[in-house]
Design a protein around this ligand. Structure first.
Ligand code: UD1
Length: 423
């Protein structure tokens, strides 16, 4: 008999309308960028409201490998100190876990004038190139080349300011170049910068560390380089994608959920689309209440850079639209392979097809429990949401993808009445 330990899976008995209160955790994408920013100084950077997710864990391992110390002082608080930073090489095993890890490149090349990294990992949601990051470093005087499959950035005389045009407003590309520019000589302008709230929060943290970043939240960011940065404290903003996922959970199960600590002011696109689809949405500045009206209708939307509807909410919204009356059309405009959820939802009975970067959903269809996989973090959220609304039992495999981005997902859902077990 084999002693092989089977990886965990979720077993979901669907059909329970979710009710109650859930609190949103810290944002994955803000936490990961802020952790990388800590490499820019010898002083402590203390981050609170850091989510307990495996992407944070794997990036913490990478920072430790590079010579930083990462201490969890209390649950949710990390104290990072990079005084002992003595390596500039990010190894393949630590990079393959998590794409955000490539954001150590900017701080490393800024401080040590040299950085080397294996290609980054992360979700298989498209080609996900890093040309925007690299051409940004190049515009600041770095020489970029590949050696044994690794990316090397070298700036023997240090980085200097430059004008950086981003071919696409890449979130992590903007963050990487912005971090590098804080310690460059002279000023840098990023043209066609990403405006996502997590990019804005990173810029505020950098300024709290003594950087001079302006144009925050616009597509034109200016960074005046400084000699050195110092320590700072920051609270990680609440996760708008997690909040959106619970909002969809309320609507798809016909329930009613109060979502505390929601970053409502950066969720306009989702809230508008939920209302258009017939959900009941009430919001204050930090609490969101989403309920069902029993009358979901088809809508169309595009997943776009901020302030458009987040690509990370595309798959969860598609799951919802399987329960809406009529034909919904979704256009994915950010990634070229966000459609991994389509085949899994079809296994559950959804009428959904995709052509290239568009999906067409016809509803409402009765969903039935079966065996499905969480093929990436948001595709996983989509099948979990569908499972909560489905008749019968759904077995979800490959949930390590969900662990990367959702804190305490099954226990939060159970507290709302869901019948979900991690086994
Ligand atoms: C970040 C988020 C991810 C989110 C995404 C878009 C983190 C850790 N992850 O990912 O959750 O889904 O933003 O909001 O913050 N591109 C290029 N060249 C590059 C870089 C990107 O062409 O050098 C393209 C990509 O192929 C993609 C688009 O830009 O089509 C968006 O990617 P990007 O904004 O870089 O996403 P990430 O930063 O990887």
């Amino acid at each position: 008999m084999s002693n092989r330990v089977r990886p965990p899976r979720y077993v979901v008995h669907g059909g329970v309308p979710l009710q109650g209160v859930v609190r949103v955790s810290g944002a994955k994408n803000h936490a990961l960028a802020a952790m990388c920013a800590a490499l820019l100084t010898d002083d402590d950077v203390v981050l609170s409201n850091v989510p307990d997710i495996t992407d944070v864990e794997s990036l913490g391992e990478l920072l430790t490998h590079l010579g930083a110390t990462v201490d969890a002082t209390t649950p949710g608080t990390l104290r990072i100190n990079a005084r002992g930073l003595d390596k500039c090489e990010a190894p393949g095993d630590l990079m393959s876990e998590n794409r955000a890890s490539f954001q150590v490149m900017g701080p490393l090349v800024a401080r040590h004038h040299y950085a080397s990294s294996a290609p980054p990992g992360g979700d298989a949601i498209g080609q996900r190139p890093i040309d925007v990051h690299l051409s940004g470093f190049e515009a600041m005087g770095a020489v970029i080349f590949r050696e044994s499959g690794r990316f090397i950035a070298r700036a023997d005389d240090g980085l200097h300011g430059g004008r950086v045009f981003m071919d696409y407003p890449s979130v992590s590309g903007t963050q990487n170049v912005m971090m590098a520019a804080t310690l460059a000589s002279g000023s840098t302008t990023i043209v066609n910068a990403a405006t996502e709230p997590e990019v804005q929060e990173l810029a505020h943290l950098l300024n709290a560390m003594g950087a001079r970043v302006s144009g925050i939240g616009t597509q034109m960011i200016e960074i005046e380089g400084v000699e050195r940065l110092h320590g700072a404290r920051a609270r990680v903003m609440p996760d708008r994608i997690e909040a959106g996922t619970y909002a969809v959970a309320a609507a798809i199960t016909g329930g009613s959920i109060e979502i505390e600590d929601s970053p409502v002011l950066v969720m306009d696109a989702l809230l508008a689309k939920l209302k258009a689809a017939g959900a009941q949405v009430d919001a204050t500045t930090d609490t969101l209440h989403v309920g069902a009206t029993g009358n979901l209708r088809a809508i169309s939307f595009q997943a776009l850079p901020y302030p458009g509807l987040a690509t990370d909410l595309h798959a969860p919204m598609a799951a919802l639209l399987t329960q809406a009356k009529g034909v919904s059309i979704i256009h994915e405009r950010v990634f070229d392979n966000r459609m991994l959820y389509v085949g899994e939802l079809r296994k559950m009975g959804a009428e959904i097809v995709n052509t290239g970067s568009s999906a067409i959903v016809s509803g409402p269809t009765k969903l039935s429990g079966t065996n499905v996989r969480a093929l990436d973090v948001r595709a996983g959220a989509a099948v979990l949401l569908a499972a909560l609304a489905a008749e019968g039992t759904t077995y979800i495999d490959e949930i390590s993808h969900l662990d990367r981005g959702y804190e305490h997902l099954d226990s939060k859902l159970r507290a709302l009445g869901a019948n979900v077990e991690r086994v």
